[in-house]
Design a binder for this molecule. Structure first.
Ligand code: AQP
Length: 318
């Protein structure tokens, strides 16, 4: 069976983008693959953070994985920092990876611009740590959102270069080259405030995203106030109407419909009609996830008793 590995940073409450771009794919294919899903707390420390909050969000992210459908019997769930080999391999890969490759990473450029002078070396090195995460487990596939495509491509290049330098004759070569696994819908969920930038945990404006923990009244309020346009009718794929495309795409997945069905149903609607429909579909879709999540967090002993973080290299066959 092919091996799949993926994770989310515990940098805040997980949102609809994380769910649609990543976690929904993890659960959909859980029976097909050998699965590793981890909470990537070493990545989260590349940006300013509070220690106590990080520790809480690490645990709550793991609870959200399970609530969203990751079955601990079918998938290994663990915390990145509990496996020392992630940091160790990063160093070795740092030493064979050209700076220029990492300098080209768009996510670094965007985040560094926002952080100004305080940007850390760790943030720069984030993609190499990500490559180490994937290569360490010899993952074949990495289910991610569109924003991570460039990082997976880099991980492939890093693997190839390492193999070329150190395993000229050795077969099999040390590292397997991973591939990104991406869905056509939901791979890029955009901000509610700006249809051209992605929904993100680190956006200071909470109204820009739907957190998976938002209660129905908050979801309704956020969708009611979200940015739209003044054109008549609703349609997919109009580059002049990024917000419209984003909201229709979210509705399509939440209501479990095809694009054509949504276009037929909503094409003639006004925003005032469509927004409550969308809010209800989102609230309804995530309600069972929220119930399970709250249940898990009420009694943390279950999470603490899981093998969370006690994954040893010997478990991986090293
Ligand atoms: N808006 C999005 N649409 C689709 N997929 C998304 N992902 C994140 N945002 C969207 C996917 O979620 C997974 C985990 O991402 P992450 O939290 O590790 O890092 P990120 O991509 O940087 O996500 P955020 O929310 O923007 O976090 P911050 O603000 O902390 O940097 C990845 O598979 C990602 O593709």
């Amino acid at each position: 069976r092919k091996r799949v590995l993926s994770g989310v940073q515990p940098t805040g409450a997980l949102h609809l983008g994380n769910y649609l771009g990543a976690m929904r794919q993890w659960t959909a294919n859980q029976d097909l693959y050998d699965n590793f899903f981890f909470v990537v707390d070493l990545h989260a420390v590349t940006t300013p953070h509070d220690r106590k909050t990080l520790s809480d969000t690490t645990l709550s992210s793991a609870a959200m994985y399970i609530a969203a459908g990751i079955d601990p019997k079918k998938s290994r769930i663990f915390v990145q920092s509990h496996v020392r080999a992630h940091a160790e391999l990063t160093w070795l890969l740092n030493c064979s990876t050209p700076m220029g490759w990492v300098e080209r990473m768009i996510q670094y450029k965007e985040k560094a611009r926002r952080q100004g002078e305080n940007v850390s070396v760790g943030l720069f090195d984030y993609p190499v740590l990500m490559a180490a995460d994937v290569l360490l487990y010899q993952a074949d596939l990495v289910p991610v959102g569109e924003d991570q495509r460039q990082h997976i491509e880099l991980a492939r290049n890093i693997a190839r270069r390492y193999n070329d330098i150190y395993c000229k004759k050795k077969r099999p070569r040390t590292f397997r080259e991973p591939k990104a696994l991406m869905r056509t819908t939901g791979a890029r969920v955009m901000s509610l405030e700006d249809g051209t930038s992605k929904m993100s945990k680190s956006d200071e404006n909470d109204a820009s995203r739907i957190n998976l923990t938002d209660p129905p009244n908050v979801i309704r309020k956020k969708i009611k106030r979200c940015k739209t346009d003044s054109q008549e009718g609703l349609q997919f794929d109009d580059p002049q109407r990024p917000e419209c495309n984003n909201l229709l795409a979210i509705y399509q997945i939440m209501a479990n419909k095809t694009k054509e069905e949504v276009q037929r149903e909503c094409g003639d609607m006004r925003w005032g009609q469509f927004k409550p429909l969308l809010a209800d579909a989102v609230a309804e879709h995530i309600s069972p996830i929220q119930d399970k999540y709250n249940e898990l967090l009420q009694d943390k002993s279950y999470l603490a008793s899981r093998d969370m973080g006690f994954l040893l290299p010997s478990d991986l066959g090293y």
